[in-house]
Ligand binder design. Structure first.
Ligand code: SF4
Length: 340
């Protein structure tokens, strides 16, 4: 079992979309904003001191296309896109810390991939579900341009063309039918085969959040969700890296038996901004519970070992990634950090 020791950097909580289960995105009037460079650096430096290796940039999708405040923030920095700001902040983190950025900025095209690749050894974006039915009126993705499955598929295809190791996955329990769940897993399997770029697939359970239109929607129960995870392993095959976040289920050990091999990014410092009500387990607890179930737990880099080569990692990053990896391609973390 692996995990990535990370800090979570919510670069902007502004977003052009409004998914009905989301509490991450906020309007400018409700506190939506960008982090300033000194705030980004403060989080990253704290992570560096705590032995983290990943700076996870999570943010809303192209807020400048909806909010004038976003466009003004960017214009004041001489930028016309949030992706440009992600690139600047990734470069800042690279120059001032030993962390590797892993950007999750939503939809990306070929130019975006090229812009971010010299500073991000890997990137990510959830597919969520392959069914366009979830965009119909009354469904969670109604009116959300960025959740159009064809655009999400195009982003993963762009990752393949740009040679970007890519993390994706499905969100389970947002109103999809069982056949749509299965179709989504087969779609990811086929995209992985076609692009070679899918390094990891997250199987994430929906959690109902107060103050959202889906606050009364039923959440997947762990026994059902574990069956979905086992199905994912069966469809994706033994070589796939399959992850379930450990902070969204109390008895998370059930997913070890269902076939996962990764707990994803876990932070010793920052909250999960996408699920702020769900604290990550302390790393000592994650280790002891994983080991009690018969597994060993090892930290990995944001990029998986099988992608650490000069084809998949930009030349500007390659030597540093290799230097940060042990003989298995997993993370070398100093003993003094308390990470082991
Ligand atoms: S695109 Fe992402 S950040 Fe934006 S509303 Fe949907 S879930 Fe929230």
């Amino acid at each position: 079992m692996t995990y990535s020791r990370k800090v979570f950097i919510p670069l902007t909580t502004l977003c052009r979309d409004r998914c009905t289960y989301c509490t991450f995105a906020k309007s400018p009037g409700a506190g939506g904003m960008y982090l300033e460079p000194d705030e980004v650096l403060a989080i990253a430096k704290a992570g560096d001191e705590a032995g983290c290796t990943e700076a996870l940039f999570t943010l809303g999708d192209r807020p400048e296309e909806r909010w004038p405040q976003a466009a003004s923030f960017l214009a004041a920095r001489g930028l016309d896109s949030t992706i440009g700001y992600v690139a600047e902040m990734s470069a800042l983190v690279r120059s001032e810390t030993s962390l590797f950025p892993h950007a999750n900025p939503g939809l990306l095209d070929d130019d975006d991939m090229r812009l971010l690749r010299p500073t991000n050894p890997s990137m990510g974006m959830m597919l969520e579900n392959i069914s366009p039915r979830l965009m119909e009126p009354g469904m969670p993705h109604h009116g959300t341009l960025s959740k159009d499955p064809s655009r999400r598929v195009a982003t993963i295809e762009a990752a393949g063309r740009a040679r970007v190791p890519f993390t994706t996955g499905i969100l389970v329990g947002i109103g999809e039918r069982r056949d749509e769940l299965v179709d989504s897993l087969f779609a990811l399997r086929d995209l992985g085969r076609a692009t070679g770029a899918i390094q990891e697939i997250i199987i994430q359970n929906f959690r109902a959040k107060a103050d959202t239109p889906m606050r009364h929607s039923a959440e997947p129960v762990p026994r059902w969700f574990a069956r979905v995870v086992a199905l994912a392993r069966w469809i994706l095959g033994p070589e796939a890296n399959v992850q379930v976040p450990p902070n969204l289920t109390e008895q998370f050990e059930i997913y070890l038996d269902a076939g996962i091999n990764d707990w994803g990014g876990v932070s010793p410092l920052t909250i999960d901004w996408v699920n702020p009500e769900a604290p990550w387990p302390h790393l000592d607890e994650l280790r002891s519970r994983t080991e009690a179930a018969g597994f060993t737990l090892r930290p990995r880099l944001p990029v998986y070992p099988e992608y650490i080569d000069e084809d998949w990692i930009h030349a500007a990053l390659y030597a540093d990634v290799v230097a940060a990896a042990d003989k298995d391609g997993l993370a070398l973390i100093p003993e003094t950090s308390g990470a082991r």
